[in-house]
Design a binder for this molecule. Structure first.
Ligand code: DGL
Length: 275
């Protein structure tokens, strides 16, 4: 990989593939490395410290694989680990490399979409507890009313390829009813967990038609394109062979099978361990 300088995309599991898809559609010429920590997913119920440690291990590995730029394609990791990695670790670990998250670009997008100024966030317990979405959105749009709802079980449904099962209806409806009961004026729903776009068909079924549902992929992609334009030095360092390589901490066979369903195309994967 010596001449390759790919963009690294990390998630606890398969969810980041929705971010990878969005980014590759807009910026197909770059090389990419995807790393899913499937063996240790879900992250959403884990403590700050553990999510930080696991995320740092993944970032280090992506640096070892030659990535000058890493995107945390995971809201939980963006909420719980990004700032510490950027401020504490990067200056000594790799001062010339960059790690970006996905909460800020999503927060930027939502303000121009909502009409009622009432925004709902669907996310993991960890992201909700961090208060990151409320903080980022209200910094940019102080008039916004943000209500965040934890959706226990949704990540497990996706990781276990149960997102289309009848059981999924119960859990999807349950979390959505709770959120809409807390604020009936919500007109914009953010899927603040990268796994949730896989449940989109079911989510639509349980929200009123006028409610906009935002998946993050395209917003993160536009934000990255903008970042690269503003940082030509970083852009020049990235290799552009149009390749994508997949790594997982789970069995490569299992990843191959599930990721191919998520991506709609067969992919190859390699098993790695993180420590
Ligand atoms: N996909 C991750 C996110 O965006 C979380 C999934 C997990 O709980 O591991 O928050």
């Amino acid at each position: 990989m010596s001449s390759s300088a790919p963009i690294g995309i990390f998630d606890s599991g398969y969810g980041g593939l929705t971010i990878l898809n969005g980014i590759r559609s807009l910026l197909p010429s770059y090389d990419y490395v995807y790393l899913g920590d499937n063996a240790r997913a879900p992250y959403g119920t884990r403590s700050f410290d553990i999510v930080y440690q696991f995320t740092l291990q993944a970032v280090r590995r992506l640096f070892d694989l030659g990535c000058p730029l890493v995107i945390l394609g995971c809201n939980t990791a963006s909420a719980k680990a990004l700032r510490t990695i950027q401020q504490h670790d990067l200056p000594t670990l790799a001062p010339d490399r960059r790690v970006l998250g996905i909460i800020r670009p999503t927060a930027e997008a939502v303000g121009s979409i909502t009409q009622s100024r009432h925004i709902g966030i669907l996310a993991t317990e960890g992201t909700v507890r961090s208060g990151s979405y409320e903080l980022e959105i209200q910094k940019l749009y102080p008039d916004a009313v943000v209500t965040a709802q934890a959706c226990p079980m949704w990540v497990s449904l996706v990781e276990n390829a149960e997102y289309d099962s009848p059981g999924a209806d119960y859990f999807v409806n349950d979390s959505l009813s709770r959120l809409l009961a807390r604020d009936a004026r919500i007109d914009t729903l953010v899927l603040g967990c990268t796994h949730f776009p896989l449940l989109l068909d079911k989510i639509r079924r349980y929200v009123p038609d006028h409610v906009r549902i935002l998946s993050q992929g395209s917003y993160v992609a536009s934000s990255l394109a903008d970042y690269l334009q503003r940082h030509p030095d970083m852009q020049a360092r990235l290799s552009q062979g149009g390749t994508c390589t997949y790594y997982t901490t789970e069995s490569a066979d299992r990843f191959r099978e599930s990721a191919s369903i998520f991506l709609g195309t067969p992919v190859d994967a390699t098993h790695i361990s993180l420590s």
